[in-house]
Design a protein around this ligand. Sequence first.
Ligand SMILES: *[C@@H]1O[C@H](CO)[C@@H](O)[C@H](O)[C@H]1NC(C)=O
Ligand SMILES: *[C@@H]1O[C@H](CO)[C@@H](O)[C@H](O)[C@H]1NC(C)=O
Ligand SMILES: *[C@@H]1O[C@H](CO)[C@@H](O)[C@H](O)[C@H]1NC(C)=O
Length: 173
Amino acid sequence: MASLSIFLFILLFSLTLHHQSSAAAAAAPALSSTVQEYLGAHNEARAAVGVGPLRWSEALANISSRLARYQRNKMSCHFANLTNFRYGANQLWAGGAAETPRMAVEKWVEEKQYYNHADNTCAPNHQCGVYTQVVWRNSSEVGCAQATCVKEKTSLTICLYNPPGNYIGESPY
Ligand SMILES: *[C@@H]1O[C@H](CO)[C@@H](O)[C@H](O)[C@H]1NC(C)=O
Ligand SMILES: *[C@@H]1O[C@H](CO)[C@@H](O)[C@H](O)[C@H]1NC(C)=O
Ligand SMILES: *[C@@H]1O[C@H](CO)[C@@H](O)[C@H](O)[C@H]1NC(C)=O
């Protein structure tokens, strides 16, 4: 009898340990609500065209954050010059009220109405590149940041994508 209860105790104890360790493992990638907004808005647009989700990259978020801070401190929140940058990049400059992360991504996704997937073209006098980067199938991770210029009442949102998308002549998905 005594040995059975000791056995049960050990069994229960090990089950408890098991639960604790799996809970700890599951808690590790907990994402902030800001990150969930960036990711959610991207991944809804991707799912809408049958493209798999992006993962959040802390490294890309850190680079975005450094870029956004620099543009805020030195460039009045104007667009960063990311010509020949090693990552794909989308930027949004907004005046007036601050954009939430979701609003920023949804602004990029609005270009979808000008994009014709059947022949991979964009309507005349429109740009579709920020939308095609959002849904670019080969891009697997994203990291974003926002900066606000209080005096100018403007904000800048930057998202970086790896691997980069928008290869000329290739279709996003
Ligand atoms: C990102 O920045 C945070 C805060 O500075 C730092 O703790 C973290 O190690 C950085 N992560 C990466 C992957 O660069
Ligand atoms: C952006 O940087 C590239 C070189 O990286 C340069 O050729 C280009 O003139 C710059 N554009 C602006 C608007 O400053
Ligand atoms: C995706 O990556 C594969 C393998 O690197 C490449 O062959 C293909 O052209 C890429 N497609 C797009 C749309 O970027």
